[in-house]
Ligand binder design. Sequence first.
Ligand code: PMT
Length: 219
Amino acid sequence: GGPGLLAGKTVLITAGPTREAVDPVRYLSNRSSGRMGFAIAEAAARAGAKVLLVSGPVSLSTPPGVERVDVESARQMQEAVMTLAPNADVFIAAAAVADYRPAETAERKLKKDSGDELAGMKLVENPDILAGVAAMKKDRPFTVGFAAETNDVEANARKKLEKKQLDLIAANQVGADRGFDRDDNELLLLDAKGSTPLGAGSKRELAGKLLAVIADRIQ
Ligand code: PMT
């Protein structure tokens, strides 16, 4: 996105994984590095937006001009997002939020020989942050999701677009050597009207293209 493309707009972005504590030393998480979300934050700031970045645990530095809030768990991410969303014109969910968390977090390190405390650990579903923003009745931002798919990328992404009632979804294929924790990616944009391939490129290039489409939609 060029300079001034998003002047006067506030863009709220989630990035990175979440971490769901099992006990003081263990957690459930995923392979997200935060690079996609940070690239979008950097490009949005360059395009003149006020940028609010809610990040899970990553080892990336904050892009210039970006206000960053660090969180660890999905529930912390949800709390931060729901506080900031009413002031945002655009919400982009690039985070890989853990779908489940341990039903209970132990206060002491669980022992390997403590029966099925570890092997039989119960999980409960985390709140869907993106669906929560999309369902806002008042001050709802233009809401953009990501879909990380290993197969049937377009069909699975379209299901998420419709189920979560999003304005736009950016689908990417993920797997051993795709999507997560690398500099390049390939995105396919889907909305109610159809699909637009953004092609393959660096996450920075794709972030710029994605923001150009969003800027066009919110004019
Ligand atoms: O961080 P990188 O290493 O750069 O990798 C980038 C990426 C592959 C993580 C990124 O491009 C990406 O696809 N992010 C979304 C990952 C994901 O969790 O996709 P999903 O299909 O499981 O979820 C769909 C959407 O709902 C996503 O926008 C997700 O942020 C959101 N979601 C999911 C579950 C949940 N509880 N709350 C959510 O907000």
